[in-house]
Ligand binder design. Structure first.
Ligand SMILES: [Zn+2]
Ligand SMILES: [Zn+2]
Length: 262
């Protein structure tokens, strides 16, 4: 799957939720929280948590230039924390001003500031593409909008990773089109019908089943009924004529299982 070692970057970019990755995530949060608290009452703070945070961001594919821009500080100041100035015989800075620490610690790797070539989990990109097809956008039409050959577009959706740059393009395209009329953008009535049927056959969720806050979370699932993932989901699925989803099936199985003896 991923060449990234288990750790913060894998948690963040590949959506791995294994023990090692979850541990790295909690260390990342703890490191940040402690350093921010320390910075509120000291004139100088330990540079080590800032360095650790910089390394986490770098492991996620953010360059020092991008980190400096996101933090609003000079790149050379970050270089001083990481490596010092060996040519002048100075090692990595031992202490930093709290303002610098706070600015760096506030930077998080997000889809907005990752380098375009960073490989990330494709869940959000795939879901957005599928949701657009579900409301009648032919894949060919979407491929053209992203300046891609239809074949490459299909390949992109099938791969275990997607480029952050492509994920950003898909996010923009989705924001423009989820509520727009495919016919007004060159899709034929036959193409629209075909797209809808194809998505229905594949069980692809429409935009209404997704929440913009969770669509990129690999662990999230589409909300078809408003009560998906509860034992009540099944009857709503039946009523609206959409096949029962996996979370609804799981919830029903769990409810049926005899309670374990206390
Ligand atoms: Zn992992
Ligand atoms: Zn459901």
């Amino acid at each position: 799957m991923s060449a990234r070692p288990h750790g913060y970057a894998r948690y963040r970019l590949d959506g791995c939720r294994c023990y090692t990755c979850a541990w790295a995530r909690s260390r990342y949060d703890e490191n940040r929280a402690k350093a921010i608290i320390a910075g509120t009452w000291q004139p100088w703070v330990d540079a080590e948590p800032v360095r650790a945070h910089l390394r986490s961001l770098q492991a996620c594919g953010m360059g020092l230039r991008a980190i400096a821009a996101a933090a609003g500080v000079g790149r050379s100041r970050l270089q001083a924390v990481l490596t010092g100035r060996p040519e002048r015989g100075t090692g990595p800075q031992k202490q930093v001003r709290p303002a610098l620490a706070a600015a760096v610690l506030a930077v998080d790797p997000t889809l907005d500031n990752l380098a375009p070539s960073t490989l990330i989990n494709p869940a959000g990109t795939r879901r957005r593409a599928h949701a657009l097809v579900a409301v009648g956008w032919p894949q060919q039409n979407l491929a053209t909008a992203l300046n891609m050959q239809p074949g490459n577009f299909g390949d992109m959706l099938a791969r275990p990773h997607v480029l952050a740059g492509r994920a950003r393009q898909m996010r923009e395209l989705y924001a423009e089109r989820w509520n727009a009329d495919p016919a007004a953008h060159g899709a034929t009535p036959a193409g629209i019908t075909r797209a809808r049927r194809h998505a229905a056959a594949k069980g692809w969720a429409p935009p209404g089943a997704w929440d913009e806050d969770t669509i990129d979370d690999p662990a999230a699932f589409p909300e078809w009924t408003g009560v998906c993932g509860t034992p009540q989901g099944r009857s709503v699925h039946r009523r609206i004529g959409i096949p029962e989803c996996q979370p609804c099936r799981d919830a029903r199985t769990a409810a049926r299982r005899p309670k374990e003896a206390a």
